[in-house]
Design a protein around this ligand. Structure first.
Ligand code: KG4
Ligand code: ZN
Length: 329
C-alpha cells in the first residue's frame, strides 16, 4: 500500500478528515457540516463551531481510517490547517493533530488553508502547469496571484470589502433562497435570464475587487421592485460577477503569460464560473486547472495534498495557529 497523508481541516464550520496518497488520489474522506447549528444565527457562531469540531473530530478520524482500512503505520504524515480561520476552530484540529503525532510517532505539518485551496486542483489526477495564474474565490477570500512555481507566489490583488462567496450568500438571503447561498443562486441563475442592469464594481481597476456595491445594488432593486423575478435577478447577479472575474483573469493572462489558469475556492463549484473561464482560456491557449466540484469547497483532502509538497521538499511547517495567515506566508 502506498503511503497516505491524513488531512484535518477545522478552520471554519466544517470538520473534514481525508486520506490522500502522493498522486492526489483520495482513499477516504468525510466532512461533517455544522450548517444546522449556525443557520439560525445567519453566520458562523465561533464558540459553537469549536464545540462542534471537538465533538466530531475523533469519530470522523476513526471513520476515515476504517473506511480506508488504514492504520497509523500507513501514514507518511498528518496535515492540519493552521490558518487562516477561527482561532477556536483551528485549535481543535491542531491539538488533535499534535496529540496523534506524539502518540503514533508520525510527523505533523501545519498547512495554510489558502495553499490547500490552490493544491485542490491537483486532486484526483489534476495537473497545474507552471507558471500559473491562480484565482481563489471562496467565502473568506477573493484574490488573484501569479505562481512562478509551487513555492513562489506574487499576490496581484484582493478584495477591498466582501469576498465573492460572501456576496453570493448575502444576495441569496436577500432573494429568500436560503443557505448555502452559492449553489442556490447557481440553480436559480440557470433558470433565469440576465435582463437586469447591475454594476460591475472595479471591473477595470487592475487586480482589485469590490463586491459590496453589487450586493447593495441587488438589495435596493429588490426593495423597490418586490415582484422582481428571483431567477432573473440571480442570473443578472451571476452575470455581473462573471464579468468582473473574467476581466481580472483576462488581464492576468495578458500580463503574466502563464501556462495555466487555476480557479479554486468554494465559488469554483459554480457551473457558470467554470464555463466562463473555459471560454477565456480557449482564447488564450492556456490550460484550465480546476478542483473536482465536490472538493472546491472546504475539505481536508486539499490540506493533505498541500502537505505532500512539503514532504517532498523536506520542510516541516509548524503547528502554531495563525488566524490571519496570508497567502504568502
Ligand atoms: O472555500 P469555501 O468552502 O470556504 C471558505 O474558505 O470560505 O467557500 C464557501 C463559499 C460560500 O460563500 C458558498 O456560497 C460558495 O463558496 N459556493 C458557491 C457554490 N458552492 C459554494 N458559489 C457559487 N456557486 C456554487 N455552486
Ligand atoms: Zn476555504
Amino acid at each position: 500500500m502506498s503511503k497516505l497523508i491524513l488531512g484535518i481541516e477545522t478552520s471554519c464550520d466544517d470538520t473534514s478528515v481525508a486520506l490522500v496518497d502522493r498522486s492526489g488520489a483520495v482513499a477516504a474522506i468525510k466532512t461533517v457540516s455544522q450548517y444546522d447549528i449556525h443557520e439560525a444565527f445567519g453566520g458562523v457562531y465561533p464558540e459553537l463551531a469549536s464545540r462542534a469540531h471537538l465533538h466530531a473530530i475523533l469519530p470522523t478520524i476513526q471513520t476515515v481510517m476504517t473506511d480506508a482500512a488504514t492504520t497509523h503505520s500507513d501514514l507518511e504524515a498528518i496535515a492540519v490547517t493552521r490558518g487562516p480561520g477561527l482561532i477556536g476552530s483551528l485549535l481543535v484540529g491542531l491539538s488533535t493533530a499534535e496529540a496523534l503525532s506524539m502518540g503514533w510517532g508520525v510527523p505533523a505539518y501545519g498547512i495554510n488553508h489558502l495553499r490547500g485551496h490552490i493544491r485542490s486542483a491537483a486532486l484526483e489526477g489534476g495537473i497545474t502547469e507552471f507558471p500559473a495564474v491562480v484565482m481563489l474565490v471562496s467565502g473568506g477570500h477573493t484574490l488573484i496571484a501569479f505562481l512562478e512555481n509551487e513555492w513562489s507566489y506574487r499576490l496581484l490583488g484582493t478584495t477591498r470589502d466582501d469576498s465573492v462567496g460572501e456576496c453570493y450568500d448575502k444576495v441569496a438571503r436577500t432573494l429568500g433562497l436560503g443557505m448555502p447561498g452559492g449553489p442556490a443562486i447557481d440553480r436559480a441563475a440557470a433558470r433565469g435570464t440576465p435582463v437586469l442592469r447591475l454594476p460591475r464594481p472595479m471591473k477595470n481597476d487592475a487586480y482589485e475587487f469590490s463586491f459590496s456595491g453589487l450586493k447593495s445594488s441587488v438589495a435596493r432593486h429588490v426593495e423597490t421592485h418586490p415582484d422582481v423575478s428571483v431567477d432573473d435577478m440571480s442570473a443578472s447577479f451571476v452575470a455581473a460577477c462573471m464579468d468582473v472575474l473574467a476581466a481580472k483573469a483576462e488581464r492576468a493572462l495578458k500580463e503574466c503569460a502563464p501556462k495555466s489558469l487555476v480557479i479554486v475556492g468554494g465559488v469554483a463549484a459554480s457551473a457558470q464560473l467554470r464555463e466562463t473561464m473555459s471560454a477565456l482560456v480557449e482564447r488564450y491557449g492556456v490550460t484550465l486547472s480546476l478542483p473536482p466540484v465536490k472538493w472546491a469547497t472546504d475539505n481536508a483532502a486539499m490540506i493533505a495534498m498541500a502537505a505532500w509538497d512539503y514532504v517532498e521538499r523536506g520542510v516541516q511547517p509548524d503547528l502554531m495557529p495563525k488566524p490571519n495567515l496570508s497567502l504568502e506566508t
